[in-house]
Write a protein that binds this ligand. Structure first.
Ligand code: FES
Length: 173
């Protein structure tokens, strides 16, 4: 193998050229991925810098959306690609521990995403304009009250306020 061939050889080709078994190759690949990920800044395959994922303008979400981290208090940037769908009536998104929906009646609602029956993540149904749990069929109104069991307890409701320009949704306890 000449020098030019070595320089253009990809990692997989190089490892195969060492005549290692499949399990050994997988271990090397996995170890390489874990090591690269733990450094946080490099893509394990291309070794190019990746975009940071700190909350803020890049994610469209700021504040706290998980109940385990204290009081719910977050804002959603609806101009961010991740959440832009929430500008369309009849859509919803799971954000942290909540389900946030823009109802077909053009109202924003935010509720606990955890079904009070056995904890399955609920969804918004635009056709019925309600919250539904696909696990056992419980239905909730947009204020969180039970419309149909087996769930018997309401979903916790949060305040969802849209900004005057329609671009920022603020959710608080
Ligand atoms: S977990 Fe939701 S209805 Fe059973």
């Amino acid at each position: 193998m000449n020098v030019k061939q070595k320089e253009t050889m990809k990692r997989g080709e190089f490892l195969r050229s060492l005549s290692l078994g499949t399990s050994t190759l997988m271990a090397i690949y996995c170890l390489g991925s874990v090591t690269s990920c733990s450094t946080g800044d490099m893509d394990p395959i291309s070794s190019t810098p990746t975009t940071p994922t700190t909350p803020g303008s890049t994610t469209g979400l700021t504040g706290n959306a998980t109940t385990s981290a204290g009081a719910i208090n977050f804002t959603v940037d609806l101009t961010n690609a991740t959440y832009a769908k929430l500008k369309t009536a009849g859509s919803f998104a799971i954000i942290g521990d909540l389900i946030v929906a823009y109802s077909t009646a053009s109202a924003y609602v935010a509720l606990s995403k955890v079904c009070t029956h056995e904890g399955t993540t609920v969804q918004y149904r635009s056709g019925e304009n309600d919250i539904y749990c696909a696990n056992h069929g419980s239905e909730f109104t947009l204020t969180g009250t039970v419309d149909k069991g087996p769930a018997v307890a309401a979903l916790k409701a949060y305040k969802a306020v849209i900004s005057a320009d329609g671009n920022t949704l603020t959710v608080t306890a």
